[in-house]
Design a protein around this ligand. Sequence first.
Ligand code: SAH
Length: 219
Amino acid sequence: MNGQIDNYRFKGLRQQLVSSIRAKGIRNERILKAMLDIPRHCFLDEAFAEWAYKDTAFPISSGQTISQPFTVARQTELLEVRKGDKILEVGTGSGYQACVLAALGAKVYTVERHEELFMKTAKLLPTIGFNQVRTLLGDGYEGAERFAPFDKILVTAACNLIPKTLVHQLKDGGIMVIPVGNGEDQQMLKLAKHGEQIEIKEHGHYRFVPMLGGVATHA
Ligand code: SAH
């Protein structure tokens, strides 16, 4: 394979992908630029590189999926990422979403429960220029107490309830974006924390793989 021709071809496919995401309503140019720059094919097994640039979720190892690019863009948009934000992502998976956040200038901590996937992604990120993303192995229901509080928290697996621990680890004035619901249908929630008050807004239906493990307690 000729790497340079490949890079050129993938860049073209990325431009098409970003155009389709823009057409679906994402207008934040910083997010679109990040997605234009990040080589999404590197997050899939090589044989499936072409699939990286279709706007669809796709299986990665360990029975998990890399989120649909539109969903990545939408969750990122809802999170209102600012340069320097300290963000916790729950559900590292392939690491693609974490890299999109990092490309926007956030300081990213991402936690994955599946050890094999954690190892694979922790190894991959420095090879594609994202050594600043902090990958953690653990149960996302517990958040990452050691590094809390966070300006933003992004959950990329479906929760039955809003985990109380995560709300605690959010700064006052912070935002959490989390898909909540059973089975195959989740409502995308955006929580804004104002002291003891939590404002919750619904942002439409999505379908995520479930959060596994710990028992969530209501916030
Ligand atoms: N953000 C990912 C896609 C996430 S898919 C990406 O960009 O590719 C959801 C991920 O959540 C899976 O990798 C799954 O293993 C992980 N997960 C499920 N339950 C978890 C838990 N309790 N704690 C941390 N990660 C969890």
